[in-house]
Write a protein that binds this ligand. Sequence first.
Ligand code: ADP
Ligand code: MG
Length: 294
Amino acid sequence: MGLFDRKHDAVPVERPERSESAVTADPATSIANGQSPAPDGGEPKARVIAFANQKGGVAKTTTTLNLAAAFAEKGHRVLCVDMDPQGNLTMSQGIDPDTLEISMYDVLVHHTSIREVIRRREVDVACSSIDLAGAEIAMSTQIGRERSLEKALKPILSDYDFICIDTPPSLGLLTINALTAANKVIVPVQCEYLSMRGLIQLQNTLSMIRENLNPGVEIEGILPTLVDTRTVHAKEAIEILEENFGDRVFASRIRKTVRFAEAPVKGMSVLKYDPDGKAAFAYRQLAKEVLDGR
Ligand code: ADP
Ligand code: MG
């Protein structure tokens, strides 16, 4: 029987206890800001969310930017980190990766301060360019290569409420760096049977990360994207997701609309491009789900 056959043998999902309730210093302010309270009573720190799925074209970049823009609209300080050599996130805020003198490559490989590659747009963006494609090989001989991003983010954790990391379509070292730096993972999933099978591989990678690198990282939620509500197939695919992953599937659904293709061409999020449209509303709903802790 296939893993996603419609039976009640649900995929076992590891779900560590949510840690936010173990509040420490100044919980009211830090939680209202969306930040994680600092366990040592120090300054509150950004919540770091990685957006991951090794499949391409499932709306990782779209979700990273638009959820980030929705947090920013609520008054949160937000940084997006582009960890994909294709630089789509960088481009979708109107920045040409080919014109960058330094980028995330230099941060990860040469330990340049991440502040030097941040540009201010609707949200702050730590930019990437095609150079980043060489980072996995350049880092491969470095000790602590899985922790380069985590280390780079440390000095700026109290500058932001949210840090949203976009990842490439693979489970290689760049994605491993993102999952190691993150508190939470959001998994955008295109609602098609074949796309969903890849989730098992992602869960295996996450288990490995928990065992070896980042014990606290958890899935914040699985987000059905590119949903075509008119098809029976999409409805069934969401039902299968819910049967297998239960309440880890966000209540928000991101429907298919051409707005998501139009907005990046203008260098904007959909929230800015079409503020009153359904697409913007969907990401505001998602932001609410994440902020309210569901
Ligand atoms: P990934 O980062 O996972 O490769 P993208 O965010 O780049 O995926 O999205 C892939 C393509 O699908 C892009 O052209 C994007 O504009 C488009 N897209 C994303 N979300 C939607 C949506 N809800 N409806 C229609 N097109 C979408
Ligand atoms: Mg992408």
